[in-house]
Design a protein around this ligand. Structure first.
Ligand code: ACO
Length: 432
């Protein structure tokens, strides 16, 4: 059988391209030799339709609203109730851990939960009100100064050790950033607690007072982290892979991922959602007027938490979080009169029946409901994107590893179509 080809006809010349079929999903035209052989490039602003890698980590079908980690549908991470660490292990290694593997990985996390004391002193002169995401990316970058043993990863064992160190330490760093911002004493991690409970302990314990972690809050946090754990080639994962492709170390690459996540069109959207809901509530704006503003092209306002580059259907993570919101919020507090939750539900109802949103296939994304859950757990709004980063870290690490392990992998370096001046002469200053 002849090999499947795509044919491009240009200036009377026919150019053939191999077709690349994944195990499922989109079919790709392999144009990787186009420049080398024909001195031609492709134009795809924002890389909206360019596959930059082959990947085995996460599968998304945006039309059908499907998300799977290593083949497992995201919904099964709700029904089977794994913990975040099992999901992280799955993303990193490609398989669910056996009991022994799970135990050994947990032990690695515990062994790595403390920060070098000098890490904290690094922040002595940083304003306490500094943006948490700036502190988080700086801290991850700083880990390279304290753990030079991880700068070169020789084998899979070293990789699992550095992964555990990063996943464990990011939680300690995040809690430290929060405590520092409030002028509260730093709480050391408790090796007897599970991942999420340990984080809550570091966030909310008061020295010498007993702090009981609420099982509902622990479960909800576990769910939030799992739902954020990977999302194939999103802006931050693509950043991590791009930085890693230059052979930059894992700390530096993940620090870059944090910077990418910070933006309001990416992870920063969960902050924008809460500010939007709060603004609507405080300003006495009706959800109906808010929808009008979102549709008005002369108004810069966007309905944050709506729309997605890939999902042209309900984001499956948003669906899970919407149900969790009803369940968890009811168990944590009285939700019958939560004005922000009521506004969110009304906005969703209006948008889903409005032709502007229907025609553009704009549905709630993961950020629409995550903020309401985080707020109910007493996580302050300026820490929301940090929470997203803790959840996303295993995905970034897995993506970095996949890029790192590519045989003959080249540095990621896109091209451009130059639209500037053609050759011109330098004008001396007196003639300008
Ligand atoms: N509110 C109002 N209109 C919107 C929205 C929105 N939230 N999102 C998209 N649109 C409109 C655009 O104005 C555009 O309309 P047009 O065709 O009339 O010009 C159309 O829908 C397509 O939107 P794009 O911006 O081209 O879509 P893109 O794929 O580039 O962007 C994005 C996706 C950034 C998520 C966008 O939908 C958005 O800004 N949403 C709000 C921010 C947000 O929630 N981000 C979180 C994403 S999920 C994540 O990162 C975890």
């Amino acid at each position: 059988m002849s090999e499947e080809k795509a044919v491009l006809s240009i200036g009377g010349k026919k150019i053939e391209f191999p077709i690349l079929r994944g195990t499922e999903g989109d079919v790709a035209i392999d144009i990787s030799k186009l420049y080398e052989e024909h001195r031609m490039t492709t134009y795809d602003p924002s890389l909206a339709n360019t596959a930059v890698c082959k990947s085995t980590i996460t599968y998304i079908d945006g039309e059908k609203g499907i998300l799977r980690y290593r083949g497992i549908p995201i919904e099964q991470f709700v029904t089977e109730k794994p913990n975040f660490i099992e999901a992280a292990y799955l993303l990193l290694s490609g398989h669910l851990p056996t009991r022994e593997e799970g135990e050994s990985f947990r032990q690695r996390l515990t062994n790595n939960e403390l920060l070098h004391e000098n890490m904290r002193h690094n922040f002595r002169n940083v304003p306490t009100a500094a943006p948490p995401m700036a502190q988080l990316s700086a801290s991850l970058s700083n880990l390279a100064c304290f753990h030079r043993e991880f700068l070169v990863l020789d084998d899979d064992d070293a990789f699992m050790e550095v992964s555990a160190a990063l996943i464990s330490k990011i939680r300690t760093i995040a809690a430290f950033i929060y405590r520092r911002s409030r002028g509260l004493p730093y709480i050391y991690p408790n090796p007897n607690l599970r991942y999420c409970a340990n984080f809550l302990h570091m966030m909310f314990s008061i020295p010498y007072a007993h702090y009981e972690v609420s099982p509902e809050v622990e479960d909800a946090l576990n769910l939030i982290f799992i739902l954020h754990a990977d999302h194939e080639q999103n802006c931050s994962a693509a950043t991590v892979r791009t930085v890693g492709s230059s052979r930059a170390n894992l700390f530096a690459s993940c620090a870059a991922g944090i910077c990418a996540l910070w933006g309001s069109l990416h992870g920063g959207a969960n902050v924008e959602v809460m500010q939007m809901l709060d603004g609507i509530h405080q300003g006495g704006i009706s959800p109906e007027d808010c929808i009008k503003m979102a549709k008005d092209k002369n108004d810069k306002f966007r309905l944050f938490g709506f729309g997605h580059r890939i999902y042209k259907n309900y984001d499956p993570r948003a669906k899970i979080l919407r149900d969790a919101c009803d369940r968890v919020l009811a168990s944590i507090k009285d939700t019958t009169n939560d004005p922000l939750l009521n506004i969110a539900r009304r906005l969703e109802e209006l948008a889903l029946s409005d032709s502007y949103f229907i025609d553009r296939k704009l549905y709630p994304n993961v950020d629409f409901y995550s903020g309401l859950l985080l707020r109910a757990m007493n996580i302050p709004t300026n820490m929301f994107t940090v929470m997203f980063a803790i959840g996303r870290l295993p995905g970034w690490i897995a993506q970095w590893k996949e890029q790192h392990d590519l045989v003959g992998g080249r540095i990621i370096r896109p091209r451009q179509v130059y639209m500037g001046e053609t050759e011109t002469n330098f004008t001396p200053i007196e003639e300008r």
